[in-house]
Design a protein around this ligand. Structure first.
Ligand SMILES: Nc1ncnc2c1ncn2[C@@H]1O[C@H](COP(=O)(O)OP(=O)(O)OP(=O)(O)O)[C@@H](O)[C@H]1O
Ligand SMILES: [Mg+2]
Length: 310
């Protein structure tokens, strides 16, 4: 199946190989075909704004009628999330406790993992809710390790929440028997956890459906990107997330001449062969090295012609 036929496309890869440029080019091309597309950066070191020469940030921005973009801002999402938790809790604790609960939550905001968790929640809400307004979602991701963690979180969090729910059930059963004469007790926290679990499993289901979600890895014809991509693909396979397409970016163009480049091309040939051998099952798209960076919409428009998926 053609990778851009997927509703959701994740673009991953090693640092600096051209993930953001590729994600932007793919999104641009879809938008030009009148497919309403949302391009989302999950990389805390965002650079979509640089590609489109405009400030994007944590609120969805309109680039054209068909192309919108968003750079998820973990800090902003954490604040939003904590405020929402504060609201939810207000109804369930005594008013004398509220100040203390707020203080605890403000500490939680600064705790390790808070950003990651907020980024993850936003990712889930984009996949489950915002997706309804778009034909395609294209995710530009952070370098490999961060992204693998993000993509495998639905499964990991699912297991974790299942553990919490079990504990909670047990406690509630004890309560019911000891204090409530066998009447089941109401537990808003159990309900909240259950709802989170449902959201994670729904998002995971979408990510596992190969006709809905596609994973693309970008690499360059060089030793380290090949090695890293091989490992990442194997790891994602274990989570049943299958990378079906690799983009081989920055391939020396035929017309590049001179002794230095001739030597470099010889070298590259070896890696091109290695890419064929290492990724026999993936569709490969070859994108040439340009003599310059891609910094304007005209350049992106011309560059996006290289992304032919069928
Ligand atoms: N085919 C190409 N030809 C020339 N320059 C390119 C090409 N692809 C990407 N670049 C340039 O290489 C640099 C890195 O690209 P990009 O930012 O897309 O990589 P990235 O993988 O997103 O990096 P990071 O891991 O930092 O997010 C940019 O300056 C970009 O303009
Ligand atoms: Mg990038």
């Amino acid at each position: 199946m053609n990778a851009t036929a997927n509703k959701i496309i994740f673009v991953g890869g090693k640092g600096g190989v051209g993930k953001s440029t590729s994600a932007a080019a793919i999104a641009w091309k879809l938008a030009r075909e009148n497919k309403k597309t949302l391009l989302i950066s999950t990389d805390p070191a965002h650079n979509l704004g640089d590609i489109f020469s405009m400030k994007i940030g944590g609120e969805t921005q309109k680039i054209t009628d068909y192309l919108h973009a968003l750079e998820i801002d973990p800090e902003r999402e954490t604040t939003k999330y904590i405020n929402q938790v504060k609201e939810n809790i207000r109804g369930t604790v005594q008013s004398s406790m509220i100040e203390e609960v707020d203080r605890q939550l403000d500490t939680a905001k600064a705790s390790p993992g808070a950003d990651e968790s907020a980024l993850f929640d936003k990712l889930i809400s984009i996949i489950l809710e915002e997706a309804q307004d778009y034909d395609h979602l294209v995710f530009d991701t952070a370098p490999t390790g961060h992204t693998i963690r993000l993509l495998t979180l639905p499964e990991l969090m699912g297991v974790w929440i299942e553990g919490l729910l079990k504990k909670r059930r047990k406690t509630n059963e004890n309560y019911t028997q000891l204090l409530n004469d066998g009447e089941p007790i109401e537990d808003p926290i159990y309900e909240v956890l259950l709802e989170r679990q449902n959201r994670f499993s729904e998002a995971r289901k979408i990510m596992l459906e190969s006709d809905k979600t596609g994973f693309i890895f970008v690499l360059n014809p060089e030793r380290l990107p090949i090695l890293e991509t091989k490992k990442a693909i194997a790891l994602l396979d274990q989570y049943h997330l299958h990378v079906k397409t690799v983009i081989v970016n920055k391939v020396l163009p035929e017309e590049a001449d001179g002794a230095f480049l001739a030597q470099r091309r010889e070298h590259e040939k070896r890696y091109m062969q290695e890419i064929e051998d290492t990724f026999p099952e993936q569709r490969k798209i070859f994108v040439p090295l340009l003599p310059h960076d891609i910094t304007t919409l005209d350049e992106l428009d011309a560059f996006s012609e290289n992304y032919v998926f069928d």
